[in-house]
Design a protein around this ligand. Sequence first.
Ligand SMILES: Cc1cc2nc3c(=O)[nH]c(=O)nc-3n(C[C@H](O)[C@H](O)[C@H](O)COP(=O)(O)OP(=O)(O)OC[C@H]3O[C@@H](n4cnc5c(N)ncnc54)[C@H](O)[C@@H]3O)c2cc1C
Length: 349
Amino acid sequence: MAEPDWDTIIVGQGIAGTTLAWHLRAAGQRVLIIDACEPVTSSKIAAGLITPITGKRLVLSRQFDEFLSAARGFYSSIEAQTSYKFLQDRTAVRLFKTDAERQSWSGRVQRPEYGAFLLTPQPDPLLAREVADASGGGFAMHAAQLDVNAYLEASREVLDWQPMTLDWQRDVTFGKDRVSVGEHRARRLISCEGYAAARNPYFSQVPFIAAKGDILTVRFHDPLPHQCLHRGIWVAPARETDVFWVGSTYDWEALDQVPDAAARAEIEGRLKDFIRVPYTVLDHRAAVRPIITESRAYVGLHPEHTQLGYFNGLGSKGSLHAPWYAQRLTDFLVHDVALPHDIDVRKHF
Ligand SMILES: Cc1cc2nc3c(=O)[nH]c(=O)nc-3n(C[C@H](O)[C@H](O)[C@H](O)COP(=O)(O)OP(=O)(O)OC[C@H]3O[C@@H](n4cnc5c(N)ncnc54)[C@H](O)[C@@H]3O)c2cc1C
């Protein structure tokens, strides 16, 4: 039987599919990505924040060091191969919004695993008076930000890809040890479809708890520090110096990509309560975060159709988590290294 054209066809060129393609390619595989080329996707509107201490409870993100080390190593190797710069170190300033946040932090600040991420010395004041009222306290930490669109665009210049919207019922045919997608034949087909994977007929058991997020692009009329600022919402640098992204909301019911007026009002209400600098809204977008139960991504192979793979569920942390998961899946597929049980998609079957 003729050799298939590709070792792997990846469905979806978001953060998941792109990052997996680079990893499989580095392991010697011939990889084709097919992508629906939608103008708005979760990856295309993401601010790319990589923040160690997040949420109302101000907890250090799970396995942060391990994920960050994989992310730094991976993105810098792709920067070297593409001559683009995607990953920037950033200072993130978090101001407390409530007494509960302040108290929660006072119990954690002395712990060495938290201290490692704090700026020393802490800036005083945390933010200039003209920018925000920082008298309620807060802290400044080391963070990072991925320019997701630059990463996706630069990757398209190097990786093999083709525009196509895959219909799983119509376009996919299984053979022994291989799979056909239209005119393409491969050993494997891997779903990296983001939230669209919730409708994948082969993986319908995977329990999505996806959340729509709205995000604004804003031009500030006076200078804002080129930092990530957090208080109830976040304000993060975009490409132009006076333009920032402001977000974002969580809506677990309206799972569509339609910008929502109520979400915009919520974001602007929090922005006015936080930042004193006048602004103009330039753009408003929305997409659905691919969140799966236990807020972790799942990877691996379908239990019966072993030509079918899966890498979805990056949730709110795609920029940080994608390289670590892509490496686990590559080690499993190419080097026969067992997957950790808690991230194996088969646990849902
Ligand atoms: C408002 C907002 C802000 C965010 N901010 C951040 C942030 O600051 N930091 C961070 O780390 N994360 C952030 N995220 C989360 C981040 O966007 C996700 O973790 C990440 O984008 C998920 O990537 P993905 O590749 O799994 O999915 P997607 O980005 O959805 O990519 C899936 C791709 O597959 C394609 N596709 C789907 N089905 C098919 C098919 N059948 N055929 C062909 N193509 C198909 C889609 O068109 C798309 O290109 C944010 C998300 C939102 C909504």
